[in-house]
Design a protein around this ligand. Structure first.
Ligand code: FES
Length: 147
C-alpha cells in the first residue's frame, strides 16, 4: 500500500538538504574573496612584452603610454621606467630640457633612472626589464620591454 504522505517525505528532505548545501557553498564562496584579500594573496597578471623597433629618437628616449624607454648613446644599454606616479598614480612626463621625469599632478620629480628626487611621492618609479635585440653583426634592431 502506498501512502502519498510518506512518499513526499524523502523528496522534501532531499530538497531541503540540497538547499542547505547550496547556501553553504555560496556562503563559502562569498567569504573566500575577502579572506584572500585580507591575507594579501593576489593573482599576478601574465607578463606582457612590448617590442620597440630601433632606432630610437636622437634623444634616446621613447615614450609609450605605460613607460619611457631610455637608451645610452651607443644604444647597447637600455632601461624602461614606468609612467605611473608612485604618489597617486598620475601619468608622469619626461622633461627633455631638464632631463627629469615630472608628475603633472603634484610635481613629484624623478631622475631618468626612476629615482625619486622631490615631491609628495615617497617611492621610486618602477623599472621594467628590457632586452636589447641585436642582429648577427651586433647592430641593435629593437628592444623588448617586459611589463
Ligand atoms: S600623483 Fe604624482 S605627485 Fe601626486
Amino acid at each position: 500500500m502506498n501512502c502519498p504522505a510518506s512518499q513526499q517525505q524523502p523528496d522534501r528532505r532531499r530538497f531541503v538538504t540540497g538547499l542547505i548545501r547550496w547556501a553553504a557553498a555560496l556562503s563559502g564562496m562569498a567569504l573566500i574573496h575577502p579572506l584572500l584579500k585580507f591575507t594579501g594573496y593576489t593573482i599576478k597578471p601574465k607578463p606582457r612584452h612590448v617590442k620597440i623597433t630601433a632606432p630610437l629618437p636622437r634623444s634616446g628616449v621613447h615614450a609609450e603610454r605605460e613607460f619611457f624607454l631610455f637608451a645610452e648613446t651607443d644604444r647597447s644599454k637600455a632601461w624602461a621606467i614606468s609612467r605611473t606616479c608612485t604618489h597617486l598614480g598620475c601619468r608622469v612626463n619626461f622633461l627633455e630640457d631638464k632631463q627629469l621625469i615630472e608628475c603633472p599632478c603634484h610635481q613629484s620629480r624623478f631622475t631618468p633612472q626612476g629615482k625619486r628626487l622631490a615631491g609628495p611621492a615617497k617611492k621610486n618609479l618602477a623599472v621594467f626589464p628590457v632586452e636589447v635585440q641585436k642582429d648577427a653583426s651586433g647592430v641593435v634592431i629593437g628592444y623588448v620591454v617586459t611589463l
